[in-house]
Design a protein around this ligand. Structure first.
Ligand code: GSH
Length: 355
């Protein structure tokens, strides 16, 4: 609490993709460190399945923003809170809650630019992009678990993700067990949720636990599961090519709605950082490099249209022209990446690399 005023709390995990969108929003909106408490939920240990977190968000996902309700600001009254449980609503809430007119009990005097699009047409375009990025075909968390289409990649992926998958399952088992012996038990619905989460990870665990075994040493059942996994992974990455082309169509450039940063850019920045990382990109790559890496990773003859003038993109993003020739062109994704990378919000959220 500052000034006796109950604070909002953002539950997040710093390796989580969707937590990055509200973290970027806090910076872009100029929130002071005294306005929102950051509370880490370690997903790699399954902390999001703890009964105390499920009371805030029964979907067990971060980000989750817990905000005090307006009529309980007096310090002597025990505060009542509401929890906002999905990225889109959280980012919208953060945008609306700090404006040049609002008095937010803060030490920050940073400007609070409006990020919500100002017209119905732009709002529609913004929602289309945000919905696309949160659609099943674009799910960045699924891509993380399906980022292997051959034995060598599967072996590397198992090494990387198996420990946290196992830790998650162990956490679920221990919550279920603790509940059986507890005096105060969670609801039947919560137990069913835990069981369903365990079941959902079994399929991928069955493949990844043998990820370091060469194909010819697998029994026929494990071999069949591995080929099925490769089929799903191959079709998911081909589908990602479609998502990128769809995005390209909705996108003005260098930001989604033109030369001003707005809500969809925060979702796109978070999403793209993860997808680029999975494609082997790094935080220091420029837009053209990540375009090439994405194209190579998606494979086949996938190509992003390079129809955006580089000098124009840089001018619109307020960047110096650099060495761009008047006829140079790049993909819109590349222009977006180059513009976003220069922003202090991005530099802060991705200071330790892409995630
Ligand atoms: N629809 C949710 C999705 C959020 C989501 O999937 N969050 C991931 C982290 S990026 C999560 O919490 N996963 C839980 C887990 O890994 O068990 C939103 O938009 O906020």
């Amino acid at each position: 609490m500052s000034n006796g005023v109950p604070k909002a709390a953002l539950y997040y995990y710093d390796r989580s993709i969707w937590s990055s969108a509200p973290l970027l929003a806090l910076e872009e909106k100029g929130y002071g460190a005294d306005e929102v408490d950051l509370k880490e939920v370690d997903l790699s240990k399954g902390e999001n399945f703890a009964p105390s977190f499920l009371r805030l968000n029964p979907h067990a996902t971060v980000p989750t923003l817990v905000v005090p309700l307006h009529n309980t600001l007096e310090p002597e009254i025990e505060s009542r809170y509401k929890a906002i449980q999905d990225t889109k609503s959280i980012v919208e809430f953060l945008d609306k809650s700090r404006s040049p007119q609002s008095r937010t009990h803060t030490t920050s005097s940073a400007p609070a630019p409006a990020l919500t699009p100002a017209t119905i047409a732009f709002n529609t375009a913004s929602n289309k992009v945000i919905d696309l990025l949160h659609s099943e075909a674009a799910d960045p968390n699924a891509f993380r678990y399906f980022n292997a289409r051959d034995d060598a990649a599967l072996s590397a992926l198992s090494k990387e993700v198996l420990p946290s998958l196992i830790a998650k399952k162990d956490a679920l088992n221990s919550y279920i067990k603790a509940n059986e012996t507890a005096e105060v038990r969670v609801s039947e619905k919560t137990v069913k949720f835990w069981e369903a989460k365990k079941l959902a990870s079994d399929g991928i665990l069955a493949v990844l636990q043998y990820g370091e075994t060469p194909s010819d040493q697998l029994d026929s059942e494990a071999q069949a599961k591995r080929s099925e996994y490769f089929k799903v992974a191959t079709s998911a990455w081909a589908g990602l090519g479609e998502v990128l082309l769809q995005l390209h169509k909705e996108f003005i450039g260098p930001y989604v709605l033109g030369d001003q940063l707005s809500l969809p850019d925060l979702h796109l920045a978070a999403w793209l950082a993860r997808i680029v990382k999975l494609a082997g990109g790094t935080v220091s790559d420029d837009g053209d490099t990540i375009t090439k890496k994405l194209e190579a990773h998606i494979g086949g003859s996938f190509k992003l249209p390079e129809d955006f003038n580089v000098a124009e993109a840089r001018r619109r993003a307020g960047l110096p022209a650099g060495s761009a020739q008047p006829t140079d062109s790049q993909s819109r994704i590349a222009a977006f990446w180059d513009a976003m990378k220069e922003r202090p919000s991005w530099k802060k959220v991705y200071a330790d690399g892409l995630h």
